[in-house]
Design a protein around this ligand. Structure first.
Ligand code: HEC
Ligand code: HEC
Length: 325
């Protein structure tokens, strides 16, 4: 409000005779523009994303839909997922799943393009597809620091359907055997304690984490300014001192991030280089970098259990069993 008023008065202050009825037409126009823009850039982006079905259904579909076709849902889960997706997700991720929904131009980072089958948050090795449970976890948790909301309010059936439908956007899911998740063990008791932190510090230097994340972990390392993701967008390394982790705030979530890497981003996987014990020491060190007193040991677990869909690991096994013969 203050900003818009200041803005409308700037030209008026320059013109000597001030119009008694309000700002001159030109400044009124710029005021309108300003209001339009600031509103769009904040809440409206989200609202328009959610309401895109209503807002954009009046325009010819070619104007907003991309050239790609949307997949034909076949199973009951996929059909339910397609309907849920159309209401809640298409506004950002696009009807064709290519990340080019009506709201995408205003968003940084950009919504995920599902057609490439590249997923950041997985329990599977670097370069692999995610499991159903991985996709479900991201949908439930949302992505902190990005516009991706958390979808706690959707039912288990909705999430199961969404996972099934998202997988239809990329042929990779049908072409490849189901991915094998790695076990993410619970954090050992010594994580976060003095000696483990000290050992983690040595590994942090040895692995050159600072080249991207910065000496103090603020995300400002020498290469940070030039990093881009696989979609060609600039990407910032995580700020360990203040950032809210995108992939979850438990020690196990950090462990997972540098065990699997974040596909599509410069963040590598260290699963083949670091032992289990070394990875936990790195968790201790990275967690100790926080400057706001928020320590991972005391971080509350995510509000919903990681297995949000009914029996997701079994689904993967079942698919595998179906495919093996
Ligand atoms: C307001 C915009 C917006 C809406 C609405 C939205 N998303 Fe997203 N979503 C994003 C953005 C932005 C990202 C990328 C975050 C990043 O990479 O840091 C993302 C990322 C994701 C990912 C991450 C995949 C990975 O591991 O790399 C999944 C899965 C996803 N969205 C699913 C959904 C589903 C399902 C819905 C609907 C229920 C939905 N999103 C609605 C903006 C949105
Ligand atoms: C080549 C650059 C690069 C190097 C080297 C690197 N990272 Fe990263 N890291 C990134 C980027 C970029 C992201 C952010 C990805 C995103 O936002 O999607 C990231 C994210 C992370 C995250 C996830 C935080 C979250 O939001 O959930 C963790 C944990 C992490 N890095 C730890 C490490 C550790 C520990 C090392 C060293 C062993 C390391 N990184 C080395 C670039 C790098």
């Amino acid at each position: 409000m203050l900003t818009t008023r200041d803005h409308s008065e700037t030209p008026a202050a320059r013109d000597e005779p001030r119009q008694p009825t309000g700002p001159p037409a030109s400044s009124k126009a710029s005021w309108l523009l300003h209001v339009l823009f600031s509103a769009t850039l904040t809440g409206l982006v989200f609202l328009s994303a959610l309401a895109s079905r209503t807002l954009f259904s009046a325009t010819p579909s070619g104007a907003t839909a991309s050239a790609r076709a949307r997949p034909n849902p076949e199973t009951e889960d996929e059909k339910h997922g397609a309907r849920t997706y159309a209401v809640y997700c298409g506004g950002c991720h696009g009807d064709a799943g290519d990340g080019k929904g009506p709201a995408h131009l205003w968003l940084d980072p950009r919504p995920r393009d599902f057609t490439r089958g590249v997923y950041k948050w997985r329990t599977t090795p670097s370069g692999s597809l995610p499991t159903d449970a991985d996709i479900a976890r991201t949908i439930r948790l949302g992505v902190h620091g990005a516009s991706m909301p958390n979808w706690q309010l959707l039912s288990d059936r909705d999430v199961t359907g969404l996972v099934a439908y998202l997988k239809r956007f990329s042929p990779k899911f049908a072409e490849n055997p189901p991915p094998r998740p790695m076990t993410i063990p619970p954090a050992p008791a010594h994580v976060g304690q003095g000696e483990s932190i000290a050992r983690g510090r040595v590994l942090w230097d040895k692995m050159k984490c600072a080249s991207c994340h910065g000496e103090g972990g603020k995300g400002d390392g020498p290469s940070s300014a030039t990093l881009v993701d696989d979609w060609g967008e600039k990407i910032r390394p995580f700020d360990f001192t203040r950032g809210t982790p995108k992939g979850g705030a438990r020690p196990e979530d950090f462990y997972r991030a540098f065990s699997t890497g974040l596909s599509g981003t410069p963040m590598p996987s260290y699963a083949d280089i670091l032992s289990d014990a070394e990875r936990w020491d790195l968790v201790s060190y990275t967690v100790s970098l926080r400057t706001d007193g928020h320590v991972a040991g005391g971080t509350p677990p995510p509000p919903t259990p990681l297995t949000a869909t009914p029996e997701p690991p079994k689904t993967a096994d079942a698919t595998q069993a179906r495919r093996t013969p």
